[in-house]
Design a protein around this ligand. Structure first.
Ligand code: JD8
Length: 394
């Protein structure tokens, strides 16, 4: 990959000579060239800015030097080859890991670092229409910097580290935050006890399935706590229930979920004509427990209408608290929450299990249709039947 950076502060990009990116450049895995915009001025003061038409504070970068600098960059590679021009700007499309992955697949990137109030808008049009470059205005995030250089440092690092051979063990790229939409799990190294704080036992167990399960649960819990937006509806649209969205249970949901649990239990008692249902004695604490495991809640137009809890047990995913608002009973939502629970299982999971009341014929049909079969094991809840389903490979 080739990267060209045009800036009035070339020294700002010196950090890209260090560490992994610096090493990758020495190994020829990528080329990074910086160009001083002032080299494309022709006045004694090497002027690159002027006052804004229409008035207003600050200065605007002149188009002339930019056009000459872009011509110079285009001359850096074989005729006909064109870079993708990235112009950092606070009003641009948000830079993401997905964008970094996409840009890492391109052969040639050029970054235009603005300063002052920004670059004359006609430079973008000239690049698109005259130079026929793909031009993308990209923002690092919703805060204001003084120029594009810091953004380019971050973008180049995020992109270049995805290039083959730049990061030693490519494996480690897989489990990173934002790579699969979940934040990272907590990490530890020696000593086992530090400052009176011990490393979680599971990490010393050598039980890789348990470690994987613990790490996945940590990633979900952290994501739910710090970035619930990463877990939000787009992830799990409900077929046939367009206005239902699903997210991980948050502490604020507990009172509503407790109410739903009781309503669902009352509905179940009505259907099974039995009052000996353990669900009828559910407590707020029982529901609160769901916040620290992996419990999904479904909302329809803001109303909490369903939930499903999942717990990892070795290579088995135990599904429980599959609750539905009575008015949605028999609809697509139950089967969908079941599928969602299965889909969110970490790679090491081989079996799904749940317990059901055999008297609840409709629900038994839903589970059977979803592939669950009676298990020989004793159910944890007396009077229930234990259902299991093997996870299909792939
Ligand atoms: C490029 C000039 C400064 C911005 C007046 C302050 C990116 N996430 C981001 N925040 N800010 C930038 C950014 C800021 C820049 C330039 C990028 C060129 N400025 C301007 C408008 C308000 N000053 C950025 N990526």
């Amino acid at each position: 990959m080739r990267i060209d950076v045009i800036t009035i502060f070339p020294e700002y990009l010196q950090p890209l000579e260090l560490s992994l990116i610096g090493k990758a450049r020495q190994e020829g895995l990528l080329t990074v060239a910086t160009h001083d915009l002032r080299d494309f001025t022709h006045d004694r003061h090497r002027t690159v800015d002027d006052t804004p038409y229409g008035g207003g504070a600050g200065m605007v970068m002149k188009p002339g030097p930019w056009a000459e600098a872009l011509d110079h960059v285009l001359a850096q590679s074989e005729p006909g080859a064109r870079p993708h021009l990235i112009v950092p700007g606070p009003g641009g499309t948000r830079f993401t890991q997905a964008m970094a992955r996409a840009l890492a697949a391109e052969p040639w990137l050029a970054f235009a670092c603005g300063r002052y109030e920004g670059i004359d808008e006609r430079v973008h049009d000239h690049a698109r229409e005259d130079l026929r470059l793909e031009v993308s205005v990209v923002s690092l995030g919703d805060y204001v910097l003084n120029g594009g250089e810091v953004a380019v440092l971050a973008m180049v690092e995020a992109i270049a580290r995805l290039l083959p051979g730049v990061v030693g063990n490519a494996e480690s790229l897989v489990e990173e935050s934002h790579e699969d939409g979940l934040l990272e799990y907590p990490i530890y190294t020696k000593p086992r006890v530090w400052n009176g704080r011990a490393v979680p036992d599971v990490l010393l167990s050598g039980d890789h399935a348990a470690i994987a399960a613990w790490r996945h649960a940590q990633r979900l819990a952290r994501t739910a706590a710090r970035r619930p937006d990463l877990l939000h509806p787009s992830q799990v649209a409900v077929p046939g229930e367009p206005d239902v969205d699903v997210a991980l249970l948050a502490p604020a949901d507990v009172p509503e979920l407790f109410t739903l649990a009781l309503a669902a239990a009352a509905d179940e008692a009505r259907v099974t004509d039995a009052l000996d249902l353990p669900e009828l004695s559910v407590s707020v604490d029982d529901v609160t427990e769901g916040v620290s495991t992996r419990t999904w809640v479904a909302r329809k137009a803001g109303r909490l209408v369903g939930s499903v809890r999942t717990e990892l047990c070795g290579d088995e995913l135990r599904i429980s608290q599959l609750l539905l608002a009575p008015d949605l009973r028999g609809g697509a939502l139950e089967a969908h929450l079941l599928r969602l629970a299965e889909q969110s299982a970490p790679s090491g999971i081989r079996t799904f299990s749940l317990e059901a009341d055999a008297r609840s014929l409709e629900r038994m049909r839903t589970y059977r249709k979803a592939g669950y079969r009676r298990a020989s094991r004793e159910p944890e809840i007396a009077g229930r039947v234990s259902l299991v389903k093997r996870r299909r490979a792939g």
